[in-house]
Design a binder for this molecule. Structure first.
Ligand SMILES: C[S@@+](CC[C@H](N)C(=O)[O-])C[C@H]1O[C@@H](n2cnc3c(N)ncnc32)[C@H](O)[C@@H]1O
Length: 237
């Protein structure tokens, strides 16, 4: 576990001590993302990279996909495994994933924003591309930098899950989202880095993929997300 984002995944209270509250706090519907992927890669065996609690993975399984789960947070991965009995799990840093040519589809939703250095970002994209079989497809959901910057207005958002009061506040500095979270009395600060279409194109191309779609996020409630599809080249044979 070497990358900075993998370390954050293991220490952020949202992904650790309060992992059980994740599904109560994050309630956007799974169907639009699952439908967007399924319609483009029906039945594909897939890796859910950065699977969180496995809510999308379970929906893919219900549609007949063989799904494997990967995440750096042991607490979230355990919840995903419980939700997807029998699914193979990978407790890994996506920046050094090491799963070569294994999947017809790789999905990575809401994850790549956690990678803020150029090195991490290219390593993650390259590792995800390497996990694809020839002709396979990578599906991404990322924050778009212009809209993310406009949304980061310092407003406090408070939600509750059982006895937990969760507050978050996001501002923008030097190309990064500065996120302050409070969980009752505990506080946690971390940074995220949204993406531009140009950076996506450059990094995915450098990883050997061909970008076939960049458009609005699939079923996102806010306009600061991008839905991205990139294809691995077909086999040379
Ligand atoms: C915002 S959550 C999204 C979870 C899920 N994909 C969803 O849409 O509900 C981001 C996830 O990415 C994982 N993650 C972030 N950086 C990672 C890394 N370097 N390696 C593996 N997982 C990582 C976190 O642990 C977390 O589960």
């Amino acid at each position: 576990m070497a990358s900075r984002s993998a370390r954050v995944s293991r220490e952020r209270p949202f992904y650790l001590r309060h992992a059980d509250a994740y599904d109560e706090l994050i309630t956007d519907p799974v169907e639009p993302w699952v439908a967007a992927v399924h319609s483009r890669a029906p039945g594909a065996d897939l890796l859910d990279a950065g699977c969180g609690t496995g809510r999308h993975a379970a929906a893919f399984r219900a549609l007949g996909h063989h799904v494997e789960l990967a995440d750096a947070s042991p607490a979230l991965l355990a919840l995903a495994a419980r939700r997807c009995p029998g699914a193979r799990t990978h407790l890994v840093d996506l920046c050094s994933l090491g799963l070569a040519s294994a999947f017809a589809a790789v999905t990575c939703r809401g994850v790549l924003n956690d990678m803020i250095t150029d090195g991490e970002r290219q390593a993650a994209v390259t590792a995800l591309a390497a996990a694809l079989r020839p002709g396979g497809a990578l599906f991404l959901d990322v924050r778009e930098e212009g809209a993310a910057r406009r949304r980061a207005d310092g407003t406090e958002h408070t939600r509750t899950a059982g006895a937990l009061t969760f507050t978050s506040r996001t501002t923008w500095r030097d190309g990064l989202l500065m996120v302050d979270e409070r969980y009752g009395d505990a506080a946690y600060h971390f940074r995220m880095r949204p993406w531009s279409a140009g950076e996506l194109e450059a990094r995915l191309t450098a990883a050997g993929l061909r970008v076939t779609e960049i458009g609005p996020g699939a079923g996102r409630r806010t306009p600061d997300r991008l839905f991205v599809v990139a294809q691995a080249p077909p086999s040379a044979a």
